[in-house]
Design a protein around this ligand. Structure first.
Ligand code: C2E
Ligand code: MG
Ligand code: MG
Ligand code: MG
Length: 292
């Protein structure tokens, strides 16, 4: 490549950029096809109660199987979708699919707890977001009290005033709000109270090394205590081993997600886990305000 041909670093980087640009265009095009041809689906990662080990809900995560490229990870295509504006349609597709799934489980009498759906920064700024969301709720018949919207801490900071309005509107529709990847942005603590969120997800970058990194352990402990102190449901992400879980339990963390319990799985697999849990006599209590 450029460097070996003795050219400067600039060209070396611009070739990288060109390649990246090409890959982005390919992803953008393929993503449009994917949306039109059923290549997308939602998987569900169980969210587990730290105190008793039972599933209390799940996070819906987008999965894309490309006919030639195979599995394309969200990290690769969500950013492209955001940059090209495709995220608007994609986000609506995800929300509708989650509502349909929720309705199916409700009809089948499955106790699924609450389902959270990720919204990215640009989705929040979509002008007709609230109209479209309420239309989908009506059309699918999904009960909004079983839905939670995850918004990353960083995306809340773009336009705090507008974010506040959107969050209030989503809450008026009956949904819960969680702050995702908490600890990676720089939100002032007063925002937390102003935004009237319900849950807070400790970013997995702190959980990953908390057993070996005293800084990460201190941050995790502080975030859990802060969240619980202002009455939020605190969830730890990326829990991969029992020692991490023990630490979180000791800190008073409410719930966790991670490979220790399960990665995101197809809807039928998640439903199987719930049925098994129900057969053990476990009933999920409704989140506050839920009609059940
Ligand atoms: P996120 O919302 O923070 O989701 C958590 C990510 O951590 C997921 O990656 C999940 O599979 C992964 N994860 C869960 N447990 C573990 C663990 O124990 N160890 C490790 N190393 N990872 C774990 P995934 O599914 O690849 O999604 C990545 C990101 O893409 C998500 O981060 C979210 O920001 C975005 N994303 C995924 N689906 C959607 C969607 O439907 N809409 C939007 N807007 N964004 C989405
Ligand atoms: Mg999330
Ligand atoms: Mg996260
Ligand atoms: Mg993340």
């Amino acid at each position: 490549h450029a460097k070996e041909r003795g050219k400067g670093r600039f060209e070396f980087y611009s070739e990288d950029l060109a390649r990246e640009h090409e890959e982005q265009s390919l992803i953008e095009f393929s993503l449009r096809v994917a949306m039109a041809t059923n290549q997308l689906r939602l998987h569900y990662q169980p969210r587990v109660n730290v105190a008793d080990g039972y599933i209390e809900g799940a996070e819906a995560l987008l999965r894309w199987t490309h006919p030639e490229l195979g599995e394309v990870p969200p990290k690769k295509f969500i950013r492209v979708a955001e940059e090209t504006g495709l995220i608007f349609d994609l986000g609506i597709w995800v929300f509708r699919r989650a509502c349909e799934q929720l309705r199916e489980w409700q009809r089948a009498g499955i106790d699924f707890g609450n389902i959270s759906v990720n919204f990215s920064a640009r989705q929040l700024l979509m002008r007709d977001l609230i109209d479209r969301i309420s239309t989908i709720l009506v059309e699918t018949g999904a009960d909004p009290h079983w839905l939670e919207v995850e918004v990353t801490e960083t995306s809340m900071l773009y336009d705090v005033a507008l974010t506040k309005k959107v969050i209030a509107a989503l809450k008026r529709l009956g949904m819960r709000i969680a702050i995702d990847d908490f600890g990676t942005g720089f939100s002032s603590l007063s925002h937390l109270q102003q935004l009237e969120v319900d849950a807070l997800k400790v970013d997995q970058s702190f959980v990953r090394d908390l057993l070996h990194d005293t800084g990460d352990a201190a941050i995790t402990r502080a975030v859990i205590s802060l969240g619980r102190g202002i009455g939020l449901h605190v969830i730890a992400e990326g829990v991969e081993n029992r020692a991490q879980l023990a630490f979180l339990r000791e800190c008073g963390c409410d719930a966790y997600q991670g490979y220790l319990f399960s990665p995101a799985v197809p809807a039928e697999t998640f439903a199987g886990m719930l049925r098994e849990q129900m057969s053990l006599g476990r009933r999920l209590s409704a989140p506050s305000g839920a009609r059940g």
